[in-house]
Design a protein around this ligand. Sequence first.
Ligand SMILES: C[S@@+](CC[C@H](N)C(=O)[O-])C[C@H]1O[C@@H](n2cnc3c(N)ncnc32)[C@H](O)[C@@H]1O
Length: 171
Amino acid sequence: MGDGRLLESLAQRDVNSLYVGIELDKEQCRLAQSRITLSNVVILCGSFEDILLTFPDGSVDRFIAVLPDPRFIDEKKENSWKPFYKAVYSKLKFGGTLELVTEMTDELLQPVSDEAYMKWATELKASFTSIGFDLMDQREGAPAQYSSRCLDQFRGDPERVRMATLELAKR
Ligand SMILES: C[S@@+](CC[C@H](N)C(=O)[O-])C[C@H]1O[C@@H](n2cnc3c(N)ncnc32)[C@H](O)[C@@H]1O
């Protein structure tokens, strides 16, 4: 959740749902805890992979992963992160969803070509459907209504940092 800004705005607009923010970095956690006073928000400081295991299988309506650390999405590290999203899948209810917003950059930090973007987006889709997710929607960019520290930073350099949003469901 980073500093929890997006978490707070989502929870404010949906008071009947419980939002759980997860963040490894203690300082980001402290910032979020000191600012967010909503009764429908719980903040858990720790690693997502450990905390995920504490949720019962089939218990979660929706995961929102906005710009996960490259360790959890980099195409070259797929073998190490795929088991993690398999665990995400198992924690979802049937009909539950994972919204993933992620980004790609050129290794030399040149503008990302349409061809490279399309190749990456196709591989991303293939990775998640091979886990079992149904792809409901995939589009370029991040949801316009979302704002976070990293999203705002990446939006400032749209040719070098190209984002994609995937809406994935457990059927
Ligand atoms: C690129 S930032 C995005 C943060 C936020 N979603 C945003 O858009 O501003 C990635 C975040 O993931 C956190 N992180 C990295 N590894 C993690 C892990 N294993 N468990 C939980 N959070 C982790 C980092 O501390 C960092 O705040």
